[in-house]
Write a protein that binds this ligand. Structure first.
Ligand code: HEM
Ligand SMILES: [Cu+2]
Length: 556
């Protein structure tokens, strides 16, 4: 069998043995980056389902103008937990899982630099996830102050107990921060130190560049949030007054701690998805990535600009005019490197031989929705518009186009694309396409209506509203239920294919990249002999080999 990628459509290579399923290793403390990657992906998906169920309850409440389904306290904890779970237990861990699986394979390493640290960082996720869930059983229930937990709302304590839902929430976020910092140290070290011979920075796949850029943000900015969370914990539990205005504290200071991290955090979430686009578009268009070097370096530019824009979340927090103007300008700057990437993806698929398999469909859908979110993002960045729609559904619409339309859809694209590599089996294309169709329609029906609602003035975080907002809310709720249903074919597909799917060839998509040169699933140490890389990652249509010693890479 030859490992030189060839032009054309996927055809199965020579006969493949039935891959072995060893379920037990996924429930044990393993230091294999591939096992850890899948552990992250599965764990985070379970939380995605829990967070999704909460959002179904929220949308069921909002289908009528009255607050008639659940009481307001419960509603507050529902959206707080929905947001928290989706950000800290779905998006972050699933992205880390994907990166864990792919980065060592893509750079030709046998594992991450610190395998034990890697496993420890993973096991903190179920720990703080379960910790967060147990807060449902506390006397006053879970946290209710929203996923940003601004004081003074978050420092109010209606009970006598110190251990409240809010206390547990802050503790969980702090643990999540520690886990992510551990992960960041590991990723940055791995990418800097563990690359195979010949794998220069400019021969790394763009996905690796994006993970690198994202993890640098974690190192630079996450300590701010973790520090802010610990100070808030003292305010809540020990009566200190960092942020409590009644005792002379400054609540806006917390907003600075929070957004100094949480704005760049949106790029920690979205950059690896830009990486996924950059891997998938070339494969399914049979063309090299347009402007590889510029696309790669623009990730680092986004990293740099992203830490200079946080005050755009605080235009309405009494921020002085000159400061608003300054941050409006820096925010708009983000459009430059992002625009470069969008241009490059469009140029890559332009006039290519497109293969519309499930991963490609998800990427195309996600790209369209990202462009839409980019437009509303630039609108939000301009001070006068933001002041008008601040705290309305417009903001909720904008960021859901990012967090669902772009990031979650991109994550599905990645899972389908690398599923044959991870499991050694093919997923079912029909179910995949059904998943895509339901999700794409669902996302748009669900989140588009939030823009007109916001412009008309419907506030976020309320469970009842004026009857004039009813129409768009009904549409949004129908979209939400459709979106909920779209996960059913996904689950059937993943479970069914893993158990009894067709055995996958090593490189079903005829893709270029070190991960496709090893068997599916890859052996424990990835490579029999380390690859010697001799060319860049996107040579579609060229016949240069990617590595010198292709035949020796695979273990039996
Ligand atoms: C890249 C992924 C992105 C994610 C995950 C994301 C996420 C979010 C989230 C969660 C909020 C809500 C904050 C709140 O609760 O008020 C928000 C608001 C905002 N976003 Fe994004 N966003 C992204 C991209 C962008 C881009 C590209 C821009 C501008 C060029 C932008 C500009 C804004 C602004 C100005 C707000 C503040 C709205 C307000 O508080 O009134 N975002 N975003
Ligand atoms: Cu921001």
């Amino acid at each position: 069998m030859t490992n030189v990628p060839v032009e054309g459509i996927a055809i199965p290579e020579v006969a493949h043995p039935e891959p072995q399923n060893n379920w037990r290793k996924y429930f044990s403390f393993s230091t294999d980056h591939k096992v850890i990657g899948i552990q992250y992906l599965v764990t985070s998906f379970v939380f995605f389902l829990i967070g999704g169920l909460l959002s179904m309850v929220i949308r069921a409440e909002l289908i009528t103008p009255q607050a008639d389904l659940i009481d307001r306290t419960l509603y507050n904890s529902m959206f707080t937990m929905h947001g928290t779970i989706m950000i800290f237990l779905w998006i972050f861990p699933s992205l880390v899982g994907l990166a864990n699986y792919l980065v060592p394979l893509m750079i030709g390493a046998r594992d991450m630099a610190f395998p034990r640290l890697n496993a420890a960082a993973f096991w903190m996720v179920p720990v703080f996830g379960i910790l967060l869930m147990t807060s449902y059983f506390l006397p006053a229930g879970t946290a209710q102050a929203g996923w940003w937990s601004y004081p003074p709302v978050s420092t109010q304590n209606p009970t006598d107990s110190v251990i409240t839902g809010e206390f547990v929430w802050i503790l969980a976020v702090a643990i999540s921060g520690v886990s992510s910092i551990m992960g960041a140290v590991n990723f940055v070290t791995t990418i800097v130190r563990m690359r195979a011979p010949g794998m220069t920075f400019f021969r790394m796949p763009v996905y690796v560049w994006t993970v690198f850029s994202a993890q640098i943000i974690q190192l630079a900015a996450l300590p701010a949030l973790t520090a802010g969370a610990i100070m808030l914990l003292f305010d809540v539990a020990a009566g200190t007054a960092f942020f409590n205005p009644d005792k002379g504290g400054n609540p806006v200071l917390f907003q600075h701690f929070f957004w100094f991290y949480s704005h760049p955090a949106v790029y920690v979430m979205v950059l690896p998805i830009f990486g996924v686009f950059s891997e998938i578009f070339p494969v399914y268009s049979r063309k090299p990535l347009f402007g590889y070097r510029v696309v790669a370096v623009s990730s680092l530019l986004i990293t740099t600009v992203s830490v200079l824009v946080w005050v755009h979340h605080m235009y309405a927090s009494g921020t002085p005019g000159w400061m608003r103007m300054l941050f409006m300008a820096t925010t708009m700057l983000v459009a430059v490197p992002t625009g470069i990437k969008v241009f490059a993806w469009v140029a890559t698929i332009w006039k290519g031989k497109l293969r519309l398999n499930t991963p490609m469909l998800f990427c195309l859908g996600a790209l369209i929705m990202f462009v839409f979110a980019g437009i509303t993002g630039v609108m939000l960045a301009s001070v006068p518009i933001d002041i008008h729609v601040n705290n309305t559904y417009f903001v909720v619409g904008h960021f859901h186009y990012i967090v669902y339309g772009t990031i979650t859809m991109g994550m599905f694209a990645a899972i389908y694309h690398w599923f044959p590599k991870m499991t050694g089996r093919m997923y079912y294309e029909g179910l995949g396409k059904l998943h895509f169709a339901l999700a794409f329609i669902g996302v748009n029906l669900n989140f588009f209506p939030m823009h007109p609602l916001g412009l008309q003035g419907m506030l976020r975080r309320v469970s009842s509203y004026e009857p004039e907002y009813a129409f768009w809310n009904v549409v949004a709720s129908i979209g939400a239920f459709l979106l909920g249903m779209s996960t059913i074919p996904f689950i059937l597909n993943m479970v069914g294919a893993w158990v009894q799917g067709k055995p996958a060839p090593d490189n079903p998509w005829r893709a270029i990249g070190l991960e496709w040169l090893v068997s599916s699933p890859p052996p424990v140490e990835n490579f029999e002999e380390l690859p010697v890389v001799v060319s860049g990652p996107y040579g579609y249509g060229k016949s240069d080999p990617l590595v010198e010693n292709a035949a020796a890479l695979k273990e039996g």
